[in-house]
Design a protein around this ligand. Structure first.
Ligand code: SF4
Ligand code: SF4
Length: 435
């Protein structure tokens, strides 16, 4: 027998379900807008956090160096660890709610998924066998990236990371040079999300893999009440992770794939047939779930901020208001501002990623005399010669003399191009300035 009409949800529940979905989308959209605008500030040379500071996964990558030698990986600041800690806390209490309720990159994929909904009458589904194999890929990515970060002592994933590419959208030149692979992965992710929901989350994201594994220990889950369920299949069809919610074993969704978005709960037409929470009795409305997830995520950061520990800016920016100008060139150039990727301290040092390996050797001996407070690693390959002279407060003639450049060499050329023209590696080229 089918459920009686009395079991169907009423207008109030429908409105609350809609409100819950809107709240989640607004949350994801706001955090996405925040990440894009804050990192654009940084990339364009204003005071703002780098994408590394806003990516909790960097906290995991930096964990071993913190434990073993007591320092962070380059580009990681204390705030990244607190961010990472918040996501772990969230995973313990609410499984992958970070993915479903907070992650800006997950939100971006969902927005592209909406485009897909408009383009396709029926969204394609990845062939089951292939899907099953591909889902393991993210665990491989997790193992490889964590191991490589620990082995190399670098944020090894950076050049291949689409989230990092997203944080450098404001510098297209750099995107197409230093972060080309990451940019390609970003484009594939977005196109993939048009076709398949949450493409990156399903197959590639190491952070999602980690939260899924941690969340396995959490009592928090989506549960289906067999007695009330009318087997309409709406929950399974609504699931962006393609989980067969309706037929979940023992009526409980324990899959590490579930991102706790509560879409399944919000589409159910039957009163009490599906719910999220800690047990059959301890249920949580999806609206409360979103608020709780936000609280678990932001409260630790708020406490850290209140005690002065929530640093998201490189050391040299600390105390400066976000969005304030750090440097303006007179001669124009890319963006017209210094892109200060570097911090003064070892632990918060942020250098251009492509230069890291080249610079490692040169950094080791620290054989340079700072000019105007700048070290070789403060200079990015994308700086023009005019910008560099300005930064270091050197005349162009002196800069050229130090670099061995002919006087008619174009000052609009970047350090990287000039280094190539001089047949040198970028790191060695920059170090010449400081000899
Ligand atoms: S799987 Fe990764 S990208 Fe997707 S929501 Fe989770 S953390 Fe974000
Ligand atoms: S099972 Fe429900 S909560 Fe989990 S991902 Fe699917 S729709 Fe979202």
């Amino acid at each position: 027998m089918s459920a009686t009409p009395a079991a169907l949800i009423g207008k109030r529940e429908k409105r609350l379900a809609l409100l819950s979905r809107i709240l989640r989308w607004v949350t994801l959209g706001s955090l996405l807008a925040f990440v894009i605008s804050a990192t654009a500030l940084h990339t364009l040379g204003y005071v703002g956090p780098s994408i590394h500071a806003l990516c909790p996964y960097g906290g995991l990558e930096s964990m071993l160096t913190l434990v073993t030698v007591g320092t962070f990986l380059k580009r990681i600041v204390i705030g990244t660890f607190i961010l990472f800690g918040s996501t772990v806390l969230l995973a313990i209490f609410m499984r992958r709610s970070f993915c479903g309720q907070i992650c800006a990159f997950g939100g971006l994929q969902e927005f592209f998924g909406k485009i897909g909904n408009r383009l396709f009458k029926k969204r394609p589904v990845m062939p089951q066998k292939l899907d099953r194999v591909l889902r393991y890929l993210k665990y491989v990515v997790l193992a490889v990236t964590a191991a490589m970060a620990w082995i190399t002592g670098e944020l090894w994933i950076t050049p291949y990371d689409p989230f990092n590419a997203l944080g450098h959208l404001a510098d297209f030149n750099e995107l197409l040079t230093s972060y080309l692979v990451g940019f390609i992965v970003l484009v594939i992710t977005l196109l993939g999300s048009i076709v398949y929901d949450r493409f990156f989350c399903k197959y590639l994201c190491p952070a999602g893999a980690l939260y899924g594994l941690i969340g396995k220990a959490s009592p928090y889950a989506v549960r289906v009440e067999e007695d009330a369920c009318i087997h309409c299949g709406k929950c399974s069809r609504a699931c962006p992770m393609n989980i067969d919610v309706m037929n979940a074993k023992n009526g409980k969704v324990t899959s590490a794939e579930c991102i706790n978005c509560n879409e399944c709960v919000n589409v159910c037409p039957v009163q009490g047939a599906i719910h999220t929470g800690y047990s059959k009795k301890f249920r949580i409305h999806p609206i409360v779930a979103t608020i709780l997830a936000l609280a678990l995520f932001f409260v630790p950061m708020g406490i850290a901020a209140a005690t002065g520990s929530m640093q998201l800016l490189p050391n040299k920016y600390v105390g400066l208001p976000w969005g304030s100008e750090t440097y303006t060139t007179e001669g124009g150039g890319e963006g017209g501002h210094e892109d200060e990727e570097s911090a003064e301290g070892e632990d918060a040092c942020e250098t251009e990623e492509t230069e890291v390996s080249e610079a490692t050797e040169a950094e080791a001996d620290e054989d340079y005399v700072p000019i105007n407070g700048y070290s070789p690693n403060d200079l990015r390959g994308s700086y023009t010669l005019a910008q560099t002279a300005d930064l270091l407060e050197l005349s162009l003639d002196e800069l050229y003399a130090r670099l061995g450049l002919p006087s008619d060499y174009p000052s609009a050329s970047t350090l990287r191009v000039a280094a190539t023209d001089m047949g040198m590696g970028l790191s060695d080229f920059k170090h010449q300035l400081f000899d």
